[in-house]
Design a protein around this ligand. Structure first.
Ligand code: GTP
Ligand code: MG
Length: 229
């Protein structure tokens, strides 16, 4: 049976994804700084809130209201009433925020349409190569497992952004988060910077679609994935 999709509203990406985000699993986005991960999450979140659903947004970057306003326009205050925003200050707090979000989705009192964790690996990265690395890996895995189970049970898609490291040997940008995240996310997208405001989206992994690419442009009001067709 084909998985249900939630459209992102960015047409090129929706075409690449066969209609949108799969609702019963996690979509991971990784890419270098400035590749558009946060803008993408904000754009999808605004679309979901505009459609009348709630958005649980776990933000480790200090999301800017000005950026949100640029995307949401004059509707912002009304849409923010359906945003459940939390700003964890450590990996532990991030885990608690995700657990709270998952409980809220599962209890079904509010119609949640999306969970966002951006950046999902900011605090994890801080622990790498330190004495807490193993604990951090385990904490991140538990958090991701919570999201996987919730998406599967509730049909609420989760967007999880991931930072990158440069492999000197291969000369490539690789996602953090280890192999657990790589398996747990059923859709994996890589965002690449092209010239100017253009960005490429590479479909690295999907359960039912071949690898492929799409493009969007960053504009003053969000992301433009081109017209239909
Ligand atoms: P990291 O969180 O650093 O890994 O980057 P990211 O992939 O989340 O990139 P983000 O979405 O924050 O930014 C993408 C691009 O959007 C940046 O390179 C900027 O060119 C542009 N940008 C950042 N802030 C704004 C803004 O307020 N308005 C507009 N129009 N563009 C912005
Ligand atoms: Mg970001």
């Amino acid at each position: 049976m084909a998985a249900e999709r939630t459209a992102t509203g960015i047409l090129s990406v929706d075409r690449l994804l066969g209609g949108g985000l799969e609702t019963d699993s996690i979509t991971e986005i990784y890419g270098e700084g400035g590749s558009g991960k946060t803008l993408f999450c904000l754009e999808v979140a605004v679309r979901i809130a505009r459609a009348g659903k709630w958005v649980v947004y776990i933000d480790t970057e200090g999301v800017s209201v000005d950026r949100l306003r640029a995307i949401a326009g004059p509707d912002l205050e009304r849409l923010l009433e359906r945003f459940l925003l939390s700003s964890p200050k450590s990996l532990e707090e991030q885990g608690r925020a995700v657990a709270t979000a998952c409980a809220l989705v599962r209890d079904g009192k509010r119609p949640v349409g999306l969970i966002v964790v951006d950046s999902g690996t900011f605090y994890y990265r801080l622990s790498l190569s330190g004495p807490d690395e193993d604990d951090a890996r385990q904490a991140l895995s538990l958090t991701v497992a919570d999201l996987v189970a919730t998406a599967l049970q509730s049909g609420v898609p989760a967007l999880f952004t991931n930072q990158v490291w440069r492999s000197m040997r291969e000369g490539t940008l690789e996602p953090l988060g280890g192999s657990f995240l790589n398996h747990a996310a059923k859709t994996i997208l890589r965002f690449d910077r092209l010239s100017g405001n253009r960005r490429r989206v590479v479909l690295v992994k999907h359960r039912s679609l071949p690898e492929g690419t799409a493009e969007f442009r960053i504009t003053s009001t969000g992301l433009d994935g081109g017209g239909p067709g």
